[in-house]
Design a protein around this ligand. Structure first.
Ligand SMILES: [Zn+2]
Length: 84
């Protein structure tokens, strides 16, 4: 089974679909068994979504502050990854 460190390293390839079927199955197997990596991947997706939204348009200060605040709240709610 993949380690948590490998999941972090391969997150971009997984998200972009740049994996073989076997690699993708191994990745998903780890996610199925590891709550920490599921949380990491969800946070990773949120970060990319927010960053791409910010890149597309200039946000009013109030909206930017609201998004920043939500990111901080979510980040503080995520438990640190356990070391393998
Ligand atoms: Zn993991």
């Amino acid at each position: 089974m993949l380690t948590c460190k490998k999941i972090v390293e391969q997150s971009s390839e997984y998200r972009e679909g740049n994996m073989t079927l076997a690699q993708r199955l191994n990745f998903k197997l780890h996610l199925y068994m590891c709550l920490h990596c599921r949380r990491y991947l969800k946070h990773f997706e949120t970060t990319i979504t927010v960053a791409s939204q910010c890149a597309k348009k200039s946000l009013p200060d109030a909206e930017a502050e609201q998004i920043s605040s939500q990111c901080k709240q979510r980040s503080s709610a995520i438990e640190p990854l356990k070391k393998d």
